[in-house]
Design a protein around this ligand. Structure first.
Ligand code: NAP
Ligand code: GDP
Length: 326
């Protein structure tokens, strides 16, 4: 049977990584494109998914049998702190339109993307799939967190009432080529890569926000892309599955900044602005369920993936999403 996979958010960091993997892995690989598959990658210029009518028209146009739902209002700590209501409302609308239109058009399977940001702040570590609703999220991003948690609630309700095969995946912090490298609103790795690049170019200090002490567990977008393809094809449970490296592979923000400095070959002044928020101190997640189900997966080592991302940014600076105009 012909399979049409619609990837919402297909023009973003994760969407472009899935497109890269599906176009470059051999057909006989677990992650390669199958001969009966058509993959469609859409962004906000195809349809504003906050709008039900535009969402309906998008589905009418492509008639998907499967959906990987990545589209979201996304941003780093400081953007989440500024726009809590917008993160809540935009994401609620996007998710509700995508899930309900998928139901109405008989989509066979939907995999939506959550995040480890959505977990409770006060919780026993490591995070795992059963703890999503076990307490309030961190105050800094509660708008985004509650909107994303509702996807899991909706998935269960669509299954209970209509038997839909809707599920979700929970990645930790992601980075890679085609990220959003905006200086103020991006996540830490793309933000710091861009800041270090400018510090080197302009001979100015490289300033890292916060104390550098918080810990994060990063996944390379190309690794995550393979895991999403696996979830789409091989994981059929409504309960979410966490997609991440091992919980013992957290790195401090200082280690991230050190690795960027090294990759960029930056030799100037480098400091921390401790007046800025550190956000959540840590949020390590377990990949035990993932590894048990997938039966082994080779993750790209962090330093190697970071170096590739820095090189990508330098090579593609003119076309990267930098938030700079002109
Ligand atoms: P991204 O690079 O910012 O891309 C966001 C994507 O969503 C883009 O394709 C964008 O389209 C689309 N989009 C945004 N608003 C839209 C709207 N109103 N209508 C239609 N499309 C819209 O984000 P990403 O990092 O790839 O994130 C993908 C998924 O991973 C999201 O669900 C996010 O919550 C989740 N996630 C991300 C991280 C991370 O560290 N980046 C961590 C955990 C989970 P245009 O670009 O065409 O406007
Ligand atoms: P979070 O994991 O959702 O908090 O997302 P981020 O990717 O925004 O990471 C935030 C952590 O990185 C906090 O501890 C920040 O203090 C630290 N950080 C250091 N420099 C930057 C920066 O330039 N941008 C961002 N977003 N965070 C930074």
């Amino acid at each position: 049977m012909a399979t049409v996979v619609l990837v919402t958010g297909g023009t973003g960091l994760v969407g472009r990584a899935i497109e890269h993997i599906i176009n470059t892995e051999p057909e006989n690989s677990r992650f390669g494109r199958k001969s009966n598959e058509t993959w469609i990658f859409t962004g906000s210029s195809h349809a504003d998914l906050r709008d039900p009518e535009q969402t309906r028209k998008l589905f009418e146009k492509f008639n998907p049998t499967h959906v990987i739902h990545l589209a979201a209002l996304v941003g780093g700590l400081y953007k989440n702190m500024k726009y809590k209501l917008r993160f809540l409302r935009d994401n609620i609308h996007i998710n509700d339109n995508v899930l309900h239109t998928s139901y109405l058009t008989n989509v066979t399977k939907v995999v939506s993307c959550l995040s480890t940001c959505v977990f409770p702040d006060k919780v026993t570590y490591p995070l795992d799939e059963r703890k999503i609703h076990a307490g309030p999220p961190h105050e800094s991003n509660f708008g985004y967190a509650y909107a994303k948690r509702l996807v899991d609630v909706q998935n269960h309700a669509y299954k209970a009432e209509f038997g839909c095969n809707f599920t979700s995946a929970i990645p930790t912090n992601i980075f890679g080529p085609n990220d959003n490298f905006d200086l103020d609103d991006s996540h830490v790795i793309p933000g710091l890569i861009h800041k270090c690049y400018l510090a080197k170019k302009n001979n100015t200090p490289f300033v890292v926000s916060g104390t550098g002490k918080p810990l994060r567990q990063f996944i390379y977008s190309y690794d995550l892309a393979k895991l999403f393809i696996w979830v789409l094809r091989e994981y059929d449970d409504v309960e979410p599955v966490t997609l991440c490296v091992g919980e013992n592979e957290e790195v401090t923000i200082r280690e991230v900044a050190d690795a960027i400095v090294k990759s960029m070959g930056f030799q100037g002044e480098y400091l921390f602005d401790a007046t800025l928020s550190d956000g959540q101190f840590r949020k390590p997640a377990s990949n035990e369920k993932l590894l048990k189900l997938i039966g082994g997966f080779e993750f790209t080592p962090f330093d190697q993936a970071l170096d590739s991302t820095v090189k990508w940014f330098i090579n593609y600076y003119d076309e990267a999403r930098t938030g700079m105009t002109g």
